[in-house]
Design a protein around this ligand. Structure first.
Ligand SMILES: [Fe+2]
Length: 186
């Protein structure tokens, strides 16, 4: 994983760069992509998406643990319906609000560009995986056998472990940068 972007976290220059890209005054709910005052609201919404995805991971883990003998088919169907949309909504938010905000703070920063590229690629991979898993859960309920339940369990673990790693990186390296920007603006 790429190293954190510690070189873009210092105060006044970050604030100035962000302000230069924000032409009109805005509030924390203005949908702005660069104003430092928006960092707190963006962080809060990003946390909400993280929590929804972590809850999804816990549900997927309980399904994996229950296969094959203690499968709750109703639960599997419910989760299969929300799986893709939960992940996609989080990724859309990050790519439309969080990443542009970070780019506005560190346009010259190569490490930042590489990290965002990597996160975007992981989003794309996870969305494809989510679609596959959603189908897999439905298939398992309709026509699954012991062999397919082992495969599904393996896939579920690969998916939620990947999502947890991705979120841990964002919590450790992305959110602190946003909060430093907010502090610099105060
Ligand atoms: Fe992400």
């Amino acid at each position: 994983m790429t190293t954190p972007h510690t070189n873009i976290t210092n105060g006044a220059s970050v604030h100035a760069a962000a302000m230069a890209l924000c032409e009109t005054p805005c509030t924390t709910k203005c949908n702005c992509r660069s104003h430092p005052e928006c960092a707190g609201e963006i962080k809060r919404l990003m946390n909400d998406h993280h929590q929804r995805q972590l809850s999804l991971c816990s549900e997927l883990e309980s399904i994996a643990d229950g296969l094959p003998d203690h499968a709750d088919t109703q639960h599997m169907l419910v989760v299969s319906r929300s799986l893709y949309s939960t992940v996609k909504a989080a990724h859309d938010f990050e790519e439309k609000r969080v990443f542009p905000f970070l780019q506005a703070m560190g346009l010259e920063d190569e490490a930042m560009a590489q990290s965002l590229e990597r996160l975007r690629f992981e989003h794309w991979e996870d969305e494809s995986f989510a679609e596959e898993l959603s189908d897999g859960l439905r298939r398992q309920v309709m026509q699954g056998d012991e062999h397919s339940s082992e495969t599904l369990s393996y896939m579920l673990r690969g998916f939620f472990e990947g999502i947890r790693r991705h979120i841990a990186f964002e919590v450790e390296h992305v959110l602190p940068i946003m909060m430093n920007s907010q502090k610099a603006s105060q």
